[in-house]
Design a protein around this ligand. Structure first.
Ligand code: XUL
Ligand code: CO
Length: 438
């Protein structure tokens, strides 16, 4: 058993923007105060288990390229233990305060569900010890309801109720485990809750099944006293052609229909927003404005590719706009920034995992510092306030207060020969202003 997989790498430290050391933070200074909290407490960064430790570097055309010791042939439980030790060594050396996992990332699936549960329990015991030893906390847990063949036609939305029941059993187990480990949230990403063709799909029935499933999850959460947020992670497609949790707006409508809007919030992923034809900022703004913002999966897509590339973020100016929207609204409660991002397949050295996360954290840190300037300066806020100022005056208040009918408004315009005067939106000037903060 490898005791130290990242042995040659020293813990990553903040060295400042002038540092030439590629294995140091240049902006992520965890103790620096930003907008009233430390950077660490504002960003609440998490490393994900699946891309960084479970995934072997395979793609649809080729086998795994990483060949970590725990990817080699051997006793699956022994390998899972080895992976656990390496994962916590990484979290600790990087200085990540949180991590995230699916049940099947951390422990192998057994021949029966009982065996799978048993495997998971054994690994979670070790995980609890590692969490105590390192102080690294669980941002969220989740059940993998999409990899196994049984889920080929979805989990809750499967035409077969036995699959629904099996998925329920997995969620009970992982929600209980998340609670036991002191997890801050629980995530449901509808991996295959969608369809390939309407020729074989009863959409209405499937949506009702999903509504029922989520209600059962809420019931269980309250029964066990889990205080964290339940989060739905929208994604428009992939692996299915159409996914029911398409984007934040679709999820919000769904939640309202099934009277679940006070029980769930969203975990928004950057690349999923792009796939849905939105900006990341749009999705975050939509969630905040409708009171369902929860957490973020941080990564980036590729504007030329139509699939989920899950790259590490490294554009501080792109981050700045999202973080401005988020921190202007007060930032996270129990959510955080989960690096749902993976290395490119040719980046095979253990050191590459550090470069990827260092770059990601530094871009978040720079984005946060920029957002702080934008917020404290207040100029952008003023622009919006002034642009809508008319709505605070008599006419605006009358309309919004329901004190003017259509006919009354018509009379007002006709009587006063009212002709509105268009004003410039000043987009270019505002874009230039943003660049000054960056
Ligand atoms: C898939 C994805 C998932 C969820 C957790 O695109 O983002 O990894 O974050 O199931
Ligand atoms: Co994700």
């Amino acid at each position: 058993m490898t005791q130290s997989y990242f042995g040659s790498i020293a813990p990553i430290k903040y060295e400042g923007p002038q540092s030439e050391n590629p294995l140091a933070f240049r902006y992520y200074d965890k103790n620096r105060m930003v907008l009233g909290k430390t950077m660490e407490a504002q960003l609440r960064a998490a490393v994900c288990y699946w891309h960084s430790f479970a995934w072997e570097g395979s793609d649809v055309f080729g086998q795994g390229t990483f060949q970590r010791p725990w990817h080699k042939a051997g006793d699956p439980m022994q390998l899972a233990q080895e992976k656990l030790v390496a994962a916590f060594e990484f979290f600790e050396k990087l200085g990540a305060p949180y991590f995230t996992f699916h049940d099947r990332d951390v422990a192998p699936e057994g021949a029966t569900l009982k065996e799978s549960h048993n495997n998971l329990d054994r690994i979670l015991e070790g995980m609890q010890g590692q969490m105590q030893r390192t102080g690294v906390k669980l941002l969220w847990g989740t059940a993998n309801l999409f990899s196994n063949r049984r889920y080929l036609a979805g989990a809750a939305t499967n035409p077969d109720p036995e699959v629904f029941a099996y998925a329920a059993a997995q969620v009970v187990k992982v929600l209980d485990a998340t609670h036991r480990l002191g997890g801050a949230n629980y995530v449901l990403w509808g991996g295959r809750e969608g369809y390939e063709t309407l020729l074989n799909t009863d959409m209405k029935r499937e949506m009702d099944q999903l509504g029922r499933f989520l209600s059962l999850v809420v019931e269980h959460k309250h029964k066990i006293g889990f205080k964290g947020l339940l989060l739905i992670e929208p994604k428009p497609k992939e692996p299915t052609k159409h996914q029911y949790d398409f984007d934040t707006a679709t999820v919000y409508a769904f939640l309202q229909k099934y009277k679940l809007e006070n029980e769930f919030k969203v975990n928004i992923e950057a690349n999923h927003a792009i796939l849905a034809g939105h900006t990341f900022q749009h999705e975050v703004a939509y969630a905040i404005n409708n009171g369902i913002f929860g957490s973020l999966d941080i990564n980036r897509g590729d504007y030329l590719l139509g699939w989920d590339t899950d790259q590490f973020p490294n554009d501080p100016s792109e981050m700045a706009l999202v973080l401005y929207t988020l921190y202007r609204a007060g930032g996270f409660t129990t959510g955080g920034m989960n690096f749902d991002a993976k290395l490119r397949r040719p980046s095979i050295d253990p050191e590459d995992m550090f470069h990827a996360h260092i770059g990601g954290l530094d871009s978040l840190a720079r984005g946060l510092l920029t957002a702080e300037k934008m917020i404290n300066d207040g100029k952008l806020e003023d622009v919006i306030r002034q642009r809508y100022a008319g709505w605070e005056r008599e006419l605006g208040q009358k309309i919004l207060g329901g004190k003017a009918s259509l006919a009354e408004l018509s009379k007002l315009v006709l009587d006063q020969d009212l002709e509105p005067r268009p004003k410039s939106g000043r987009q270019e000037a505002l874009e230039n202003l943003v660049n000054r903060y960056i």
